[in-house]
Design a binder for this molecule. Structure first.
Ligand code: NAP
Length: 347
């Protein structure tokens, strides 16, 4: 396979190597679906290759994840809708079945639970034999919020996004050590653990798998206050798992000792911000390591969902467009990139 890489501004790559191949794999067993026991979805990739495709979306019982499943399944991809809560997940799956999307199946997944991750990997291996698309969408805010007081402040989206709200919200949005740990475990370590578990199946995708890490503008490098920290996270040559792990341990130590400001960490949603900054860094070196795949991270927009206490103005239909675009990139598309919604942007 000839690999043509053209360096893209912002150090991401266009991978022109993975020529479409004709494959036709039939699921080995019937899919768990009360209403529609057999799923044989066909997906079109680009305009000429017709291959069955299998996708997993995490945290998909609501919000951007649910809408991402809907949009990807509407293109004919067989999607495993995952959720940590069985009832919430099956309810969401039933809703999509009722919309005619019979190519959606449910499997439980708590990204904090290694047993649950292993169970999902086994399910995909047994049913499909491979995986083509992984959307790491599940996320936690890392804070405890007094929603009533926050709503009363009536902060407009522009103020939120510019960072000007940082001081205003300190009294109503609190980061505890426990919520921070949960946030890092969900948004960074959970993604890492799930991706590693599914990589052997993703490697079997005939035209190169797509991995989408749903990130946030809170993780953009320019928002990091400390120069050293920003440089560390932006240095693609030296980034690796150990380095990211040591950065996150340093963050937790500073949080515990109440020295976040001196440490150069973001003061707006500190745990969430560093979890997404490290997720972006992870995306970059993962893409470098797997040049046959298209691996990107994406800020979906400021979307009206539970995670931001419905302060975001954008409907989920619009918010899912970026993740869906990255999930369905044509062969030779960008990899190792950060997307601001549907456009490649600077890390
Ligand atoms: N909304 C925005 O403006 C915005 C902006 C930037 C980035 N994002 C990112 O977009 C992604 C989706 O968030 P959203 O806005 O759609 O928020 P949301 O509606 O609150 O959805 C978050 C999802 O993550 C799931 N989740 C949390 N912890 C999990 C775990 N341990 N295992 C499995 N699933 C878990 C939640 O499940 P439960 O229902 O069981 O809690 C829920 O399904 C997140 O990564 C978020 O950081 C959102």
């Amino acid at each position: 396979m000839i690999l043509l890489r053209i360096l893209f501004p912002g150090s991401c790559y266009f991978n022109a190597a993975c020529l479409p191949q004709q494959v036709h794999l039939t699921p080995r067993k019937q899919i768990i679906s009360r209403n529609h026991p057999k799923i044989t979805a066909m997906a079109t990739n680009g305009d000429h290759s017709r291959v069955e495709k299998y996708a997993v979306v995490t945290g998909a019982n609501k919000g951007i994840g649910l809408e991402t499943v809907r949009q990807i399944a509407s293109k004919g991809v067989t999607v495993v809708l995952t959720a940590r809560d069985e009832k919430r997940g099956t309810d969401a799956t039933c809703m999509l079945h009722n919309m005619g999307l019979t190519n959606v199946v449910f499997h439980q997944l708590d990204v904090l639970d290694p047993v649950s991750i292993e169970s999902l990997a086994k399910f995909i291996k047994d049913r499909f034999g491979r995986l083509d698309i992984l959307v790491n969408n599940a996320g936690a805010s890392g804070v405890v919020v007094d929603e009533e007081r926050l709503r009363a402040m009536n902060i407009d989206p522009e103020t939120w996004l510019s960072g000007k709200a940082t001081n205003m919200v300190q009294q109503v949005i609190k980061t505890s050590y426990e919520t921070a740990v949960e946030c890092l475990n969900t948004n960074f370590y959970g993604v890492q653990r799930l991706t590693e578990a599914l990589l052997p199946l993703l490697q079997l995708s005939p035209s190169g798998a797509r991995i989408v890490n749903v990130s946030s503008l809170r993780g953009e490098l320019w928002r990091i206050r400390g120069d050293d920290l920003r440089n560390e996270l932006g240095d693609l040559e030296t980034l690796n798992e150990e380095k990211l792990d040591s950065i996150l341990k340093r963050f937790l130590k500073d949080l515990k000792e109440n020295t976040l400001e001196a440490g150069g960490w973001s003061l707006m949603l500190p745990a969430y911000s560093i979890s997404k900054a490290t997720l972006n860094a992870y995306t970059r070196f993962l893409a470098k390591r797997h040049p046959n795949m298209l691996i990107n991270c994406v800020h979906p927009g400021y979307v009206n969902t539970d995670i931001n206490w419905h302060t975001g103005p954008m409907p989920v239909e619009e918010g899912a467009r970026g993740p869906v675009k990255c999930a369905l990139l044509p062969d030779g598309g960008p990899t190792g990139c950060y997307f601001d919604q549907t456009e490649v942007a600077s890390f």
